[in-house]
Design a protein around this ligand. Structure first.
Ligand code: ADP
Length: 486
């Protein structure tokens, strides 16, 4: 039984369904066959019964079986091989009897026939099937009643042709139903197989995906369930399957891009940290040498060491800030602030620190209240102003414009410097990206200034944009104003 179940489970779904269909058809065919054969048998027996009673009454009145002819009844029982049998018995008082008539002459009459005839004298007219010379006959018997007491007429018609007709019917049924069954199972299996083929295709696509190593860096998940047809359900399954694979593909691409960015970030950060560290080590060696040989030089080396350590700590501050902003563990301390105040303070700082850059401050409204971290907002403006000074030649004019625009506080930091080329404009907000690496590194840039600006502005619910061409570079920061301020 277990082996059968295992073998059944191993069959393809199409074959299983076709076999179930076959079994169901077998049951239906069996029922239909049994009912039709049963009805035919009943019909033939009824007709035989009617013929027997006609033959019996004629035989009783004429003593002949003349009316039995193939032409008259058209019944197969009246064939030449098994002619009708008629016997008339005369029963005496002490169970003795004699045959007074037999048609055809000398017809055999087995003991069952005698017993049956005797029963007709006392009870209802018997109707029995009795074997005569190897042929089954159906007999009916009736007494002569008042005309001749103790006399009984028995007639019998062969069942052979009824049986032959039934046998033929069973054969015809078996052949047609058998043929229909084979056609049904074979054609059904083909149709089901074709219908289920899309599922097989999907399964092999799923296998391909399953055998793809999704842990590698560059995952290629371009396989999709192809093909068409298979009905509405299969179509739905196919499109749902493909949408699912699309989702997995996209998230894998996003994950690998994020991993790539992280790797790049870690590599860049290590590289950036190694530079001041190498300098510090070098100055430490020089300091040790100077301490023994040139004491006057010591202070200079010590100052350089401090300078490099300061650069490192700035870099680490920026890295820490970015990491916190990335982790959505916001390091902001928001409070109601006036952006105009912050801008004025930044402008003052710039003018004091960068006297070689002509500077213009344009403030439209008297105040721009919003909720934000004043220290971080100042850091945003300082970073942008520092860039305007550091990445342009001395004498280049710098502007700081503050205005409000439909619910937004807008700050433009502009300069009349060389500008940033279009291909670099998209990248300047990337971490550690410098347009001219050697120049900016020399000027103390970490390549993190604009990333910090971008992250801080985004954390405040705002956006930063850049427009630049030779002679004009404008960084525009937009921050949402407090509710009620438009
Ligand atoms: P850095 O520490 O190098 O200033 P940033 O992220 O602040 O890093 O800037 C990225 C790069 O964008 C700079 O290296 C510089 O090449 C370019 N850049 C930024 N601001 C300006 C500007 N106002 N004019 C020209 N180039 C600029």
């Amino acid at each position: 039984m277990n082996r059968l179940t295992t073998a059944w489970r191993r069959l393809r779904l199409g074959t299983q369904l076709a076999l179930v269909l076959g079994v169901l058809a077998l049951v239906v065919f069996g029922l239909v066959g049994t009912i039709t054969v049963g009805l035919l048998h009943q019909y033939l027996e009824d007709r035989l019964g009617e013929q027997l009673s006609t033959v019996l009454s004629q035989y009783k009145s004429t003593g002949e079986l003349t009316s039995i002819s193939p032409g008259k009844f058209g019944h197969p029982s009246s064939n030449d091989h098994d002619p009708p049998i008629g016997v008339q018995f005369q029963f005496g008082a002490n169970s003795e009897y004699r045959v007074v008539n037999a048609r055809p002459q000398g017809s055999p009459y087995p003991p069952e026939l005698v017993a049956m005839a005797r029963r007709a004298l006392t009870g209802p007219h018997p109707d029995d099937k009795i074997m005569v010379d190897g042929t089954l006959y159906r007999f009916v018997a009736a007494p002569f009643m008042n005309t001749a007491p103790g006399k009984v007429a028995v007639v019998g018609l062969s069942e052979a042709d009824t049986d032959a007709t039934i046998r033929r019917m069973v054969m015809v049924n078996l052949v047609t139903f058998g043929f229909a069954l084979i056609v049904l199972v074979v054609a059904g299996q083909q149709v089901l197989r074709r219908g289920l083929r899309p599922l097989g295709d999907m399964a092999s696509t799923a296998h391909t995906i399953a055998s793809t190593d999704l842990t590698t860096k560059s995952v290629d998940l371009s396989v999709r369930a192809k093909g068409a047809g298979g009905g509405v359900e299969v179509e739905e399954l196919r499109s749902a399957f493909n949408v699912m694979v699309d989702h997995i593909d996209q998230s894998l691409v996003a994950r690998s891009a994020a991993e790539q960015r992280l790797r790049q970030f870690v590599a860049d950060a290590s590289h950036e940290l190694r530079t001041p560290l190498t300098s510090i080590r070098g100055y430490a060696d020089l300091f040790a040498y100077a301490a023994a040989n040139e004491p006057a030089e010591r202070e200079r080396h010590l100052a350089r060491m401090r300078e490099e350590a300061g650069r490192m700590s700035l870099l680490l501050d920026d890295l820490l800030l970015l990491a916190r902003l990335d982790a959505a563990e916001t390091p902001l301390r928001p409070e109601p602030v006036d952006l105009v105040e912050i801008a004025v303070a930044a402008a003052d700082g710039f003018q004091a620190g960068r006297p070689d850059h002509p500077f213009t401050l344009e403030v439209e409204p008297a105040s721009l209240p919003l909720v934000g971290d004043p220290m971080r907002l100042r850091q945003v403006l300082d970073n942008l102003l520092t860039n305007a000074a550091v990445h342009t030649d001395p004498g280049t004019p710098v502007w700081l414009r503050v205005r409000s625009e439909a619910g937004w506080a807008v700050v433009d930091v502009a300069d009349g410097g060389p500008g940033i080329s279009p291909e670099n404009q998209a990248k300047v907000f990337d971490r550690f990206y410098r347009v001219d690496d050697s120049r900016t590194r020399h000027s103390g840039g970490t390549g993190l200034g604009l990333s910090v600006v971008h992250s801080l502005v985004t954390a405040h619910g705002g956006a930063v944009a850049l427009q630049s061409r030779p002679g004009t570079t404008v960084f525009t920061v937009r921050l949402p104003l407090s509710a009620g301020q438009v």
